[in-house]
Write a protein that binds this ligand. Sequence first.
Ligand SMILES: [Zn+2]
Length: 93
Amino acid sequence: MREALRRALRAGGATAKDLSAEVGIRERDVAEHLEHLQRSLAHRGERLVVEPAACLACGHRFEGRTRLSRPGACPECRSTRIDPPVFSIVGER
Ligand SMILES: [Zn+2]
């Protein structure tokens, strides 16, 4: 399963929803799997890249967020229309 997750992430950007569909894990468990994966990637000379979530209403970007889950609401305008974070794996060659 972990390997399937890595393969999906190497193929390009994916949201938690994409990964849930591709790997067969629950969408709400994706962030936790990614956090574990993130720790093992360094040994392989790879890293997890996170394109931050963004508010669709005001454009606020959730930069520098350490948690990988989808934010519930925008701190600026309180909108819950959030474009989810997009994940991928890149090598450090
Ligand atoms: Zn907003």
